[in-house]
Ligand binder design. Structure first.
Ligand code: SF4
Ligand code: SF4
Length: 310
């Protein structure tokens, strides 16, 4: 077998192993349960995609997602053993594995009934679901390490920072949605959320490693392809769902959304059983056509040449 064939086989095997391991962890981990409600799963079967860590998109993200957004290579280099005085890792190839965790149907249904704030199940999903997402990140890192790779979950690395920028508003050094877009898992939308084959009601995560992957194809023509509104003005259901008026014809106002969740809806956190430090409402992700699928279009799709934007 030639070297190129051996490399291809190694990549295919590693990717198949990771997809299976991530799906198994989501299906079997006790952490993926609404432990304070009824013990039912927080997330359904995940979608998994792969990107080349040196894909030019990641450099482009410094322009469109914030100048401090890090490339996978930068994340990996910053967390390498070198910083602790060890041997520098071999970084000839850098890859990203990204996943989408679709929110369980019963939770989506409960949030559909809400008009002014999150349901109890949605509230627990936001916070306990993110705990689970962290456990999944650690699990994936351990799988890489068992195979001799260096791996880092950017969102849970010491380099991760979330901050208010004068030009871009709320931004951070890593965006899971942008990683998922690069890995072929979905496109952005009027709300800034990522519409995937399993819809917009999800949480997402990723790990970067010094591994070569066969990149997943990106089955979309531009960064907003899965949301009809920017192209033809149809849908717009999320505009009416937002209790804070944070979504309009020109998109999602992150500051208004933040003020709504952190201040206007704060009394929700005083309701019996509610947890967390802000009232993530997710009303724009439920009772909308993109909740659990890519919405059908009322008019034929036009191809846009627009670039990736936040
Ligand atoms: S509700 Fe409609 S307009 Fe809003 S993000 Fe979903 S598909 Fe786009
Ligand atoms: S999360 Fe809530 S407040 Fe923010 S845009 Fe969506 S519906 Fe509006």
């Amino acid at each position: 077998m030639k070297q190129a064939e051996r490399d291809l086989t190694r990549m295919t095997d590693l990717q198949a192993f990771l997809v299976d391991a991530i799906k198994t962890f989501v299906a079997e981990s006790p952490a993926n349960r609404l432990r304070d409600i009824d013990g039912s799963p927080i997330f359904e079967e995940p979608l998994v995609g792969f990107a080349d860590g040196d894909d030019p998109l990641f450099e482009l993200y410094k322009t469109v997602a914030g100048e401090r957004h890090m490339t996978p290579r930068e994340v990996l280099a910053a967390q390498s053993p070198t910083s602790a005085g060890g041997e520098p890792p071999e970084l000839s190839r850098v890859g990203v594995v990204s996943w989408i965790l679709p929110i369980a149907k019963e939770t989506r249904l409960s949030n559909r009934k809400m008009a002014d704030g999150p349901s109890l199940r949605w509230n627990h999903t936001r916070f306990q679901g993110e705990e689970f997402n962290g456990a999944l990140c650690r699990h994936v890192v351990s799988l890489f390490e068992e195979k001799g790779y260096v791996a880092v979950p950017p969102m849970f690395a010491p380099t991760f920072k979330s901050f208010r920028s004068a030009t871009a508003g709320w931004t951070s050094t890593w965006s899971e949605r942008h990683a998922a877009y690069a890995a072929g898992l979905g496109t952005f939308s009027l709300t800034d959320g990522l519409i995937t084959a399993r819809g917009i009601a999800h949480r997402c995560g990723s790990v970067v490693a010094n591994a070569a992957f066969i990149p997943s194809s990106r089955p979309y023509s531009h960064h907003l392809a899965n949301c009809p509104y920017p192209e033809d003005g149809t849908c717009g259901a999320c505009i009416k769902r937002c209790p804070g008026g944070a979504i309009g014809a020109t998109g999602h106002d992150k500051e208004k959304c933040y003020q709504t969740l952190a201040k206007t809806l704060r009394p929700f956190l005083e309701r019996p059983g509610y947890i967390g430090y802000y009232a993530a409402c997710g009303l724009c992700q439920t009772k909308v056509p993109c909740e659990s699928r890519i919405p059908r279009r009322a008019t034929p799709k036009r191809v846009s040449t627009a670039s990736v934007v936040e």
